[in-house]
Ligand binder design. Structure first.
Ligand code: ADP
Length: 468
């Protein structure tokens, strides 16, 4: 099947009539083709967005909220199709797919809800003035997303951006565009006016860069690699438009001897298994108090060996990522690291064995770089001070997890760890909780009420009223 772009509420052929192949990573067989977009396609999509946006922004918050609920209803009704589109090009396992589509839908419900209660504020400057703030949209927002959680990453940005009155041009990863395209169709059928959600597919160079450079794009939301984030930050700096950068991570999971070890081990296994570790917030550095380090490592290794490819976890989603993980194994081997389990690929599809490197030297590449695969490194620590030093010994700062029976210690560490989110003893991190990086993990916040403010500008209106 061939997928065109989605522009102005309907499918559109690419200007150059070219298409890109996709791949089923469970089999490595070719899948659907997606339009290979280029600058003229971006121009058409942005023009549709510019035309549609002012009327959308003028509608009441209650009205926009109804439309967002309609999109969520359509996603619920169309969940099976969304799941199939996502599965075909990612090979994710059924439970994972269902969770992701439910989360994606929930973004629309959440922002539809808070939209009706969250507005600007009045500022009391005395009886002689009336001063208030308004949340105003940027106009057209570019949403550039990666291949690891395609629909989820798109909806995380689309829902708040649309909620506050923007129009969107989305540029999904060329490897995983089908679910975002289908979402746009569902949204249109559900009553989202034409032109408010456009999807232009293609490569970063041919679509992403022209989109970021387009003079009518007022804001950029990017999720992906540090290298691309840096490039887009320079484009945005030059144009003086704001952007959100949600980049990588090498997040720590700290386990103290007094923790509930059953739950802590389960959390470490999830870090490997969930989306086969292809999650920027995966807690892939397991730091364990020395007295229980070997026990925890043995339990984690035993548990991950029970995980079955294609049942409990999916493949690497792209060939390039598969090669990258294998190259990490090679480098680790050359640097003298031997995994306690895993360290190789399966002989089918793009599946990689869940892998644990125990007691690694923190200087090794496998301990420092984001692998983005089912790979954990572990390091022992002697005390709280060393745990903190190791936790912060990274260029990244997306999330952290602390497991300890001493809650005060958990909170102490949470205050000192350089990361945008810290979960203590499995505390929930959800759509309601602001998400985003410290350090090289990026800036700007997704999720929560904070994200609404990312996609809106605050305007102050101040009126001097009659003197008496
Ligand atoms: P990953 O390694 O996770 O694929 P990328 O940063 O390469 O991360 O890709 C994330 C998104 O950014 C994708 O949609 C990709 O097409 C897009 N992208 C890649 N390079 C550029 C670029 N030079 N300009 C704009 N977008 C880009």
């Amino acid at each position: 099947m061939r997928h065109g772009h989605w522009i102005g509420g309907k499918p559109e052929e690419p200007a150059n009539q070219a298409y890109l192949p996709t791949l089923d990573p469970t089999t490595r067989l070719p899948g659907d083709e997606v339009a290979a977009g280029s600058a003229p396609d971006v121009d058409r999509a942005v023009a549709a967005a510019v035309a549609a946006q002012p009327a959308w922004a003028r509608r009441s918050a209650a009205d926009r909220s109804e439309v967002l609920h309609g999109i969520a209803d359509a996603m619920e009704a169309g969940a099976d199709e969304l799941i199939e589109r996502e599965r075909a090009c990612t090979g994710k396992v059924p439970g994972q797919l269902r969770t992701e589509v439910e989360m994606s839908t929930a973004y629309f419900r959440y922002y539809a809800g808070i939209l009706r209660a969250h507005q600007g504020r009045t500022i009391d400057q005395g009886a002689h003035s009336h001063t208030y703030t308004r949340l105003e949209p940027y106009g057209v927002v570019a949403v550039i997303t990666p291949w690891n959680l395609p629909l989820n990453q798109a909806c995380r940005a689309l829902a708040p951006a649309l909620a506050v009155g923007n129009a969107v041009v989305a540029k999904p990863s060329e490897f995983t565009s089908a679910s975002t395209l289908h979402l746009a169709r569902l949204a249109t059928e559900a009553g989202l006016p034409d032109g408010l959600l456009n999807v232009v597919t293609g490569t970063g160079r041919d679509v992403g860069t022209p989109l970021a450079l387009h003079p009518a794009v007022g804001r950029i939301a990017f999720t992906g690699s540090v290298a691309t984030g840096r490039h887009l930050a320079t484009v945005a700096a030059d144009r003086i438009v704001p952007l959100t950068l949600e980049l990588g991570g090498k997040s720590p999971l700290l386990v103290f001897a007094d923790a509930d070890l059953d739950r802590a081990v389960a959390a470490a296994v999830t870090a490997i298994g969930f989306n086969a570790g292809q999650v920027c917030s995966a807690t892939t550095r397991l730091l364990v108090e020395a007295s229980v380090h070997d026990e925890v490592v043995a339990r984690v290794a035993e548990a991950v060996e029970l995980l079955e490819p294609g049942v409990d976890f999916g493949p690497m989603i792209t060939e390039a990522q598969y090669e990258k993980v294998l190259a990490h194994f090679e480098t680790a081997r050359a640097q003298g690291a031997v995994p306690v389990t895993g360290g190789s690929a399966y002989d089918h599809g793009l599946y990689i064995r869940p892998t644990v490197y125990a007691d690694v030297d923190p200087a090794l590449r496998i301990a420092r770089e984001e692998v983005f695969g089912p790979v954990l490194v572990t390091m022992p620590f002697a005390d709280e001070a060393e745990a903190l030093t190791l936790a912060n010994d990274t260029e990244y700062g997306l999330v952290a997890a602390v497991w300890s029976g001493d809650v005060a210690r958990g909170l102490r560490l949470a205050e000192r760890i350089d990361a945008g989110q810290v979960a203590i003893n499995g505390g929930p991190l959800t759509i309601e909780t602001p998400f985003g990086g410290y350090k090289r993990s990026g800036y700007g916040r997704e999720k929560g009420i904070d994200a609404l403010h990312e996609y809106a500008r605050t305007k102050t209106v101040s009126l001097s009223i009659a003197q008496f």
